[in-house]
Design a protein around this ligand. Sequence first.
Ligand code: TYM
Length: 332
Amino acid sequence: MRILSGMQPTSHLHLGNYLGALRNWVKLQDEPDSECFYMVADLHAITQDYDPEGLAQATREIAAAFIAGGVDPAQSSIFVQSSVTAHSELMWLLSTMTQMGKLERMTQFKDKAGKNAERAGLGLFAYPVLMAADILIYKATHVPVGEDQKQHLELSRDIAATFNTKYKTETLIQPEPYIVGEATRVMSLQDGSKKMSKSDPSEKSRINMTDDADTIAKKIKKAQTDPEPLPETVEELEGRVGALNLVTIYAALAEVSRAEVLTQYAGKGWGEFKPALADLAVEMLAPMTERMNQLMDDPLEIDKILVAGNEKAHQITQKTLKEVQETMGFWK
Ligand code: TYM
């Protein structure tokens, strides 16, 4: 198994990033025959407004979060997208065989561009092509992500197939999405019909990996629920979006099913459930926050890890890039 995934250094990681993706990165790293590449997707982060002065630091911080979350730099390569230039080069080649109509159907583009799509940058529109290049350049077999990236992964598969058909080759591998667990789509604590997101203006909508115990407890206490107690079955949570979200988060944190959570809490009120959920979240996040703070005290150590990861990534990606260039008939 060759594993590739990435996260944008747009802000602190939140519980959705951890439960939906990072935790699975760690699980896949521990598979006996896996080779893992985990990337800070800084080229993706600049497709929307960002702070150039904070980008390098945000990149280190995300790398530190990967490690604090359990990615082991001795087992997995952690690298920076912009330092491995073959990603952008392959992206250009693939962009020539990606139909605009397919990109126009990407829901993330529609969400991010909003009403004024005409004014959106080309980079935001072409975002999924860069993501396809990120994956295909490693010949990745599995890509662990949250539910929201599923459509992008389908497009990556599609682009790989288009390339192979057009050039009568088997050079590119169609990657399998790895979207696994109870919390593949964690919702906002304030509005259970919206995804928990780094870009939500309300801090109360998400639990950050860097939040302290007090902040976590407060955010969960204020989280959206309804007047009904917890039901006996998962089916009864239908339409109760806030309630469903909290039960889902609990299940994911405790690594049990939602049904098992309800067996334990059926008939109980939120006044009892929420503090238990907060304790569980703190128990999981506190050691990570501590480890992250330690790592951030030693930025040179993080840079060393990234330089080693970049080098490994460079070697592998140059090989695929050469193959693709030869297949496409470039002068050499
Ligand atoms: P990003 O930085 O938005 O999110 C990082 C990962 O977290 C997952 N995620 C969630 N999972 C569950 N519930 C949520 N509320 C939630 N919010 C985010 C995302 O699905 C993702 O797995 N385009 C990617 C970064 C990327 C990438 C790649 C990923 C660039 N190139 C190649 C895989 C392969 C992104 O924006 O992730």
